[in-house]
Design a protein around this ligand. Structure first.
Ligand code: PGA
Length: 248
């Protein structure tokens, strides 16, 4: 059985002060959460959020991690720095990183390996653009992202994949539950063929892209969908809590 994981991706939103307010509002609402609950927050919020979530079920995530241990990498943040704060998860290869900051499957792979080597749990993002989808390239694109992004990884215990069709992110357009399930099924089969059946069975794969309180139940009812990576709706305590408590 795969334990569902609902993770908020705050992106570049919330100052540290606002972050604490959001966490304080969220805590009582997710006190009985059945899935794993994670908030991935801007670096500058991490210390404050680490403190604010103490004693709650909420786990802490960052939105990236450097591939190197330390050194001359201006603007990057190392795994060791994140570990010291109490970070457990890191988002890697989000489509916004790929689109605006030159992230590639090779850099995703290097960051993922570095996360795992340092005991951080990577949420590795994959997904096709609208153009790729319309040209029927979805499976080809996903296969490449999965195989190159996860190349050389042997222990998948701590790995989470987030399937996020780029055209569904922040647009209010969601993949239909059936479609998301089918595509995540393809990712699972790709994992099976390359990393073995046991890995494919145990690996958690989230859906991301305009998941909200209205569509969460339908999406989570699908066999292959093990959770969500939530952008916009994670910025409001009530909405995020509704998603977390989708079973109630
Ligand atoms: P969204 O973002 O929920 O606002 O579409 C999801 C994501 O980018 O992870």
């Amino acid at each position: 059985m795969r334990k569902p994981i609902i993770a908020g991706n705050w992106k570049m939103n919330k100052t540290a002060k606002e972050a604490v307010e959001l966490i304080e509002a969220l805590k009582p609402l997710v006190a009985k959460a059945k899935p794993e609950v994670v908030v991935c927050v801007p670096y500058t919020d991490l210390w404050a959020v680490a403190d604010a979530i103490k004693g709650s079920k909420i786990r802490l995530g960052a939105e990236n991690v450097a591939w190197a241990d330390k050194g001359a990498f201006t603007g990057e943040i190392s795994a060791e720095m994140l570990k010291e704060i109490g970070v457990e998860y890191v988002i890697i290869g989000h489509s916004e990183r790929r689109q605006y900051f030159g992230e590639t499957d090779a850099s995703v792979n290097a960051r993922t390996k570095q996360a795992l080597a340092n005991g951080l749990k990577p949420i590795v993002c994959v997904g096709e653009t609208l153009e790729e989808r319309e040209k029927n390239k979805t499976n080809r694109v996903l296969k490449k992202q999965v195989l190159e992004g996860l190349a050389g990884i042997t222990d998948f215990t701590d790995v989470v994949i987030a399937y996020e069709p780029v055209w569904a992110i922040g647009t209010g357009k969601t993949a239909t539950a059936e479609d998301a399930n089918k595509t995540i099924g393809f990712i699972r089969r790709t994992i099976k063929a390359n990393f073995g059946e046991d890995v494919a069975k145990a690996l958690r794969i989230q859906y991301g892209g305009s998941m909200n309180p209205k569509n969460v139940k339908e999406l989570m009812a699908e066999r292959n969908i093990d959770g969500g990576l939530i952008g916009g709706a994670s910025l409001k305590a009530e909405d995020f809590a509704c998603i977390v408590n989708y079973k109630d």
